[in-house]
Ligand binder design. Sequence first.
Ligand code: SAM
Length: 210
Amino acid sequence: MDMTPDAYLESLFPPDPDLARVNEAIRARGMPEISVAPGYGRLLTMLAAATGAKRALEIGALAGYSGICLARGLPADGRITSLELRPDYAALALANVTAAGYGDRAEMIVGAALESLTRLEEEGRRFDLFFIDADKENYLNYLERSIRLANPGAIIAADNTLLRGRTLNPDKQGPAVLAVREFNRVIATDPRLLSTHLPAYDGLALAMVR
Ligand code: SAM
């Protein structure tokens, strides 16, 4: 039987026990299987390493898949801060990031991300790499907050910009679709950013803060 392109490309990479552990925990607990796609996870690691990022911020932790990918690309004195609404998800994500060997550089903040972002801004925190991957209705808010928290040259990535095709279907007018459509337009046109949209998997927006 023919393989799909995704399955073929994925078969080229060696097994990844740390990420497999995350996927098993998600299945065992009946959690939604909505971690970042493997190819984009590897891209997050590459972006962290290639840009020399020291401080990464992810919005939406789930079970720690993207947290591990981001942590892998940071230097030993780097730090990843994860914002997660649900305490049970946050605890699992931290356990998985720790099991992968990055507990010493992981910070988990539980609560609504907008409130956590306000606190980070009040504390004067700054970041080099952002991964936006939480409630879609707030994507534009998360983009604005990320720009305010960004060091010059910081990279912002945002997942699920295609919403399985709903973003480009004019018949779809739900709040998440409208919000992501506007987010996609802004990230493509905002003069504060250098940006691109990647169409693989469920779509990924990438921007550099000038
Ligand atoms: N980034 C994760 C990964 O790739 O491993 C997947 C994140 S999942 C798509 C979205 C997460 O955002 C869920 O864990 C959900 O609980 C969290 N979330 C939803 N609304 C949120 C909010 N307002 N503040 C913080 N986290 C939120």
